[in-house]
Design a protein around this ligand. Structure first.
Ligand SMILES: Nc1ncnc2c1ncn2[C@@H]1O[C@H](COP(=O)(O)OP(=O)(O)OP(=O)(O)O)[C@@H](O)[C@H]1O
Length: 239
């Protein structure tokens, strides 16, 4: 199994059950949208998948590596874009990326080639020398996505990566990542509460009150309804 596999994950904050027996698979080359209203458990799931929290039960497998038994191998195959930006604003694009490359043991010409290729994919190559503080919100987000690809992960996790961006930028970034998943056979898990970021052919996981309410293609799940209406009917909350 080379994509992402999750079995029976649960997590509680004291008496509050945030996740309850969640399991799913995402195959290579698949863009999978994780949709859930506020408080559904998306961030908790991301914290478990990225090993910020340790899963008290269940199983996580990343590109065939078990997160509990071989965490380093599993994490090496994972790229992550967190909800909160984690760039150093006072460094240039180049310095931000070379620092990250070095953390993954990449240096010199090899690191530089990876950096330039990642920026190229996100149409950011011309911005190597710019300070991150001088970039707009959309370019900062693209830079974080470029950074998450430098070590050539097989699985890419993004937690509400378009928060705070305008509609056109949001659309451009969503299109880019869909394209990446197809062309690079990347396994993508994209958490959002915005139904317009989901394409009909995407795998869709709907998380509601800590449980996985639905898993299928967006087209199958929404049936004759628009996805926003389907989501509202299922969760009682507008997307
Ligand atoms: N540190 C915490 N302590 C106690 N309860 C928490 C904590 N973090 C989250 N929760 C609760 O766990 C549940 C799931 O929260 P989580 O942040 O995972 O949801 P989410 O789907 O990411 O929501 P959002 O879209 O608002 O970010 C919620 O009921 C939330 O109130």
């Amino acid at each position: 199994m080379t994509g992402l596999r999750v079995e029976n994950l649960s997590y509680a904050y004291g008496a509050r059950q945030a996740l309850d027996g969640v399991g799913f698979r995402v195959e290579p080359g698949t863009f999978c949208a994780l949709l859930g209203p506020n408080g559904a458990g998306k961030s908790t799931l991301f914290a478990l998948l990225t090993r910020l929290f340790t899963a008290p039960q269940g199983k996580i497998e990343v590109a065939g590596h078990d997160m509990a038994r071989a965490p380093r191998k599993a994490l090496r195959q994972m790229g992550v874009v967190f909800q909160q930006p984690t760039l150093d604003l006072d460094l240039t694009v180049q310095r931000n990326l070379s620092y990250f490359a070095a953390l993954h043991g990449l240096r010199g010409a090899r690191a530089q080639a990876r950096i330039e290729a990642a920026l190229e994919r996100l149409e950011m190559r011309g911005r190597l020398g710019e300070r991150v503080r001088d970039l707009n919100g959309g370019h900062r987000r693209r830079l974080e996505i470029a950074r998450s690809l430098i070590h050539h992960p097989k699985v890419l996790l993004l937690d509400e990566p378009t928060v705070g961006l305008d509609a056109a930028t949001r659309h451009a970034i969503t299109v880019h990542v869909h394209d990446l998943s197809r062309r690079k056979r990347l396994t993508v898990l994209w958490a959002t509460h915005l139904t317009d970021e989901v394409e009909d052919a995407d795998q869709l996981l709907i998380l509601h009150r800590g449980k996985l309410a639905q898993d299928g293609t967006a087209r199958q799940l929404r049936g004759g309804l628009g996805l926003a209406d389907h989501f509202l009917r299922l969760t009682g909350q507008a997307a």
